[in-house]
Design a protein around this ligand. Sequence first.
Ligand SMILES: Nc1ncnc2c1ncn2[C@@H]1O[C@H](COP(=O)(O)OP(=O)(O)OP(=O)(O)O)[C@@H](O)[C@H]1O
Length: 440
Amino acid sequence: MKSPPFLSKKTLKKLFGVEVGLGIFLLGSVLYVTWILLFMKRRRKLDYMRFQESANNQSSIVQLINGMQDIKLNNCEKQKRWEWERIQAKLFQVSIKSLVLGQTQEVGGTFIDQTKNVVISFLAASSVIEGKMTLGMMMALQYIIGQLNAPLSQFIQFVQSTQDAKISIERLNEVQEKDDEEPTDKDFLKDIPNNADIEFKGVTFQYEGPRSPKAVNDLTVTIPSNKVTAIVGASGSGKTTMLKMMLGFYHPVDGDITLGGKKLAQYSASSWRKVCGSVMQEGFIFSDTIANNIGVSDELPNMERVRCATKIANIEEFVDGLPLGYNTKIGADGNGLSTGQKQRLLIARAAYKDAKFLFFDEATNSLDANNERTIMARLEQLFKDKTVVVVAHRLSTVKNADNIIVLDNGSIVEQGTHQELISIRGYYYELVKNQLELGN
Ligand SMILES: Nc1ncnc2c1ncn2[C@@H]1O[C@H](COP(=O)(O)OP(=O)(O)OP(=O)(O)O)[C@@H](O)[C@H]1O
């Protein structure tokens, strides 16, 4: 029986332009490479999933370690353990999927590669038996195929390494490609006016897109320069959001925040923050010496200013009592300090910076009454000729402010001095009665 024309040696020869063996080699190689490439997209996806799951796993371990005390106090060991095991199981499943895919890619590839070699050997051996080829020719063919196989497997290795490198680059790019806070192609104002008011003009902000609740809603208010402005309101009313917007961490979705008549977004964020001192609720203590934690804005802290700042924050006595004083190293996130000591350290940091604009978010809420009174009295000196915004629940912290803004559900409901607001017996009066500590 005559073989179909496309299988005849002549056709194959024509097709590949080389001997049948080399033709099969080419065909096998193309199949091999195609097989490897076929799994690339899926492998990349699985690798990304594995990366996300292991990040989840790591953060759950950190949570378990940091939250151990609360887990024990609330007897939720079992729930937390199962939660962690669920994450482990998910990570395991993704890892297995990834492993199976890797194996299929490799085993399948090797199968195609080896089948190609076996077929070539078989055809060559048959040709020798049939007398169509000499033994020497077969040896030469095997040698040539062997020589060609080495670069082929190197190429496959190269493809796989490229794939791994691509996955790593994609991950690095997630960080690298984050938009620069100050794009270089835009000109930002670097000179921050000293005696400039901060103005909110119909400012609205939502954290999670247009359908999310408005954290601040159509705010129009002026924060006058060289004055102390307090922001009060129930929990979740938008006080911290307002403060963070002034610090340039969030930009309005509607309306404008201006500084000296120009949009805050037109100023260079780093130049603006250089003239801002702040104590935030979630202020971070670095694993470093006390001196470096206070003078964090300078490469080499000025010890005279550090001492002055510790005095304002009423933490001088505590530091002087330590064997290594200002050189005492603090653990990560303030380990080894009480909550009040951490807060006083953060106040000292803001005092050290001696910035023109000061933002305090619940800066004294963990302090005892005596400490707070002393610090507030000293801070009042620091507040002179500075634009200060204070968010607080304590009456003692807000009552001396030049203007008090009362927020409710992201909107301003009242504003004025303590006396004015008390006399109108409105929202502030109720807040003072029910929430702010009248006793202080
Ligand atoms: N990172 C965030 N992502 C999503 N929503 C947020 C985020 N931060 C705050 N919110 C929401 O925005 C609203 C205002 O929060 P904000 O922290 O400004 O209130 P607050 O008045 O400072 O409260 P508190 O006195 O408890 O600190 C709240 O409803 C809160 O749930």
